[in-house]
Design a binder for this molecule. Structure first.
Ligand SMILES: [Zn+2]
Length: 347
C-alpha cells in the first residue's frame, strides 16, 4: 500500500493571475490522474499534519523562517523574480514540512512507502532560503525533502536522497552540505537554473564525497538515465548501504516538459521506483518517502502515474532500450569523484 499525502490546502498558495508555471492545477491534475487509474486501489490518502515551528527550525534558519512569515503578512506578492507568497503560504508550506517529517517516521514504523504532493515545491530552498549563490528561490519556500531526510537522520538512519528533478536541488544540498550520513545523488540538466550542481561539488569538510552531482547535457533520455542507475547509483547504494531513501521527484526531467530539455520517460521513473522498492523488500531500506518537486507539463501526470504504479507493483515497465553513458565529459569527471571518495570505477 502506498500512503499518499494530498491536501486541498495547497490551493491557498497561488498566483491570482494564473500565469505562473507553478500553479495549483499541476498537483490537482496529477492527483486526479492517479484517482482515475488502476493504481488507486493500492493508495491510501492522507491530509497534511499541523505545521510545527520546531520542525521548520531543523531545516531553516530562524531568520529565514521569520522573513517568510513577515512576507506572507503582506499578502500576495513576489519575494524575488520568480517566487511568490500569499497570505497563507507560510501556513501551507509549514504543514507540508511537518507532514514530510512525520511521513518518514510513519514509513519506518509500518514499512510502507509514502508519497507527498506538496505545493509550493521545496528543493531549491536552503537553510537561509536562497542557496549556493542562486539568484532566486525557484518557486520554493520550505524544503520538504530535507524535512523527510532529517526525520530519518533523527531516527539514526543513513539516508540516500535521490533527486531526479531537471533542476539541481541546491537547497537540499546546502542543508546537508556537511552531513556525511546523507548521500545526495542529483541528476539534473547542466547549464540551466539554478546554475549549481557541478561534479566537483562533493560536500563540505567531513562530508566529502557524500554529494554526487550529475549534470546532464540537453536531450539526455532513458538510455543514459538507466546507464547511470546501473553504473553509478546502484554501486553507490551497495557501498553506502542507505537505511532511508528520500526521492525528490521532479517530473520536469520528462521529455516535452516546457521548462527543460531532458528526455526521460515513464521507463526511467518506473525503474527508479522498482529499484527502491527492491531495497525495501530486501530489508536494507526501512523508510522510503517520495516528495514531489517540479513538473510543468503532461510529463508530471504520466511520469508520476508510472512511478506510483511501479511502487505499488501493479505495473513495472521493462526497459527495452540499449543503455549508453551520457555524452560529454560527465562520465570521466564522475569517475574521478567516485574513485577518489568511494573506490569505484565506471570507466
Ligand atoms: Zn525542476
Amino acid at each position: 500500500m502506498l500512503n499518499l499525502v494530498f491536501d486541498e490546502v495547497h490551493r491557498l498558495h497561488s498566483d491570482p493571475s494564473g500565469r505562473h508555471p507553478e500553479h495549483p492545477r499541476r498537483v490537482d491534475d496529477a492527483f486526479n490522474v492517479l484517482k482515475a487509474s488502476e493504481a488507486w486501489s493500492g493508495i491510501r490518502v492522507h491530509g497534511t499534519f499541523e505545521g510545527e515551528f520546531e520542525k521548520l527550525k531543523l531545516i531553516h534558519s530562524k531568520h529565514y523562517i521569520s522573513l517568510i512569515e513577515e512576507e506572507c503578512g503582506r499578502g500576495f506578492h513576489y519575494i524575488d523574480s520568480d517566487t511568490y507568497v500569499t497570505g497563507k503560504t507560510f501556513q501551507v508550506a509549514s504543514r507540508f514540512i511537518s507532514t514530510s517529517y512525520y511521513a518518514s517516521i510513519k514509513s519506518l514504523e509500518s514499512g510502507e512507502p509514502w508519497l507527498i504532493m506538496p505545493r509550493p515545491p521545496g528543493h531549491h530552498a536552503g537553510r537561509d532560503g536562497w542557496a549556493m549563490g542562486a539568484p532566486t528561490l525557484g518557486f520554493c519556500i520550505f524544503n520538504n525533502s530535507a524535512a523527510a531526510a532529517h526525520a530519518m537522520l533523527d531516527s539514526g538512519l543513513r539516508v540516500l536522497i535521490l533527486d531526479f528533478d531537471a533542476h539541481h536541488g541546491n537547497g537540499t544540498q546546502d542543508i546537508f552540505w556537511r552531513e556525511p550520513k546523507v548521500l545526495h545523488v542529483d541528476l539534473h540538466q547542466e547549464g540551466i537554473y539554478p546554475g549549481t550542481g557541478s561534479v566537483w561539488d562533493v560536500g563540505g569538510i567531513g562530508a566529502e564525497g557524500s554529494k554526487i552531482n550529475i549534470p546532464l547535457p540537453a536531450f539526455t533520455g532513458d538510455p543514459e538515465y538507466l546507464w547511470l542507475l546501473d553504473n553509478v547509483v546502484k554501486p553507490l547504494i551497495e557501498v553506502f548501504k542507505p537505511e532511508g531513501v528520500v526521492v525528490s521527484a521532479g517530473f520536469d526531467s520528462h521529455v516535452g516538459d516546457p521548462l527543460t530539455m531532458l528526455e526521460a520517460t515513464e521507463i526511467t521513473y518506473s525503474t527508479i521506483a522498482s529499484m527502491i522498492m527492491g531495497l525495501m523488500h530486501s530489508g536494507m531500506v526501512k523508510s522510503f518517502v517520495t516528495v514531489l518537486e517540479g513538473g510543468y507539463g503532461e510529463g508530471l501526470n504520466m511520469g508520476l502515474k508510472a512511478y506510483v504504479e511501479s511502487i505499488i507493483g501493479i505495473k513495472v515497465l521493462k526497459p527495452e532500450v540499449k543503455l549508453k553513458p551520457p555524452r560529454g565529459r560527465v562520465v570521466e569527471e564522475l569517475n574521478r569523484v567516485l574513485r577518489d571518495y568511494w573506490g569505484l570505477s565506471i570507466l
